[in-house]
Design a protein. Sequence first.
Length: 270
Amino acid sequence: MAKNAEDLILIDRDKCNRDCICELECPFDLIYYGDDGYPRLRRAAKKHCIACGHCVSVCPSQALDLKMLRLENCIPFDKELQPGPEQVAQFLKSRRSVRTFKKKPVSREDLEWMLDVARYAPSAHNAQPVRWVIVNDRKTIDQLTECVVEWMEKMKLFPGVIRAWRDHQDDKVLRHAPHMAVAHAPVDGESPAADCSIACTYLELAGHSKGVGACWAGFLMNAVEYTDQIDKLLNIPQGNRIYGALMLGYTKFRYYMIPDRNPVQVDWID
């Protein structure tokens, strides 16, 4: 095997069939073919390569390797595990915003598996800025609810939610969820709000496959805009901001039907 150790790209010349696929696939046009007929990286790659892995993933002969994204750490694609369109449609359509959870906590194994899936969510320039706080402690979740209720009281909003908490400790904010997943990222990133939202969606769908229900914590996200108490409680680092939050727990009730939705609204430009 011949490899050029001076470059960021590593090519197994015994496998490479010089088909130019990697060159065509690179989103920033950083790959070119040298005089020897094998792919190389432009000088600009040292600054502009985002290690997205397109070139490594698309190579049919697995001849290409990157120093910043090693082929040995990539997961082979298994066609046998790929669901068909009907399975995908039912899986996505059957997702519900779950607000009634079993008291049984989600296992650490399941939470870690969900987070591992969520780390493959796309992010702007593949910056992967999303960081998580997973709250398993009932006391902390109640403190989060208290922070939100205090904000509601100051803003004179949602008196029924306030009354339920103050009079009966009935949590209409975080729904007595066993867990909270909070996504945060640096505010000076390329697109932190979108990156965290997409990651939360991945986490939610991963949980859906294991019977873990989720609901976006809208009340908490509203309160985050007006109080720093939630950031302090969750130890969000300075320079970061919360961009997404989910209540999590095993779904208490089974759903039997997929409710209809409004017809899609689309303008076609052909």
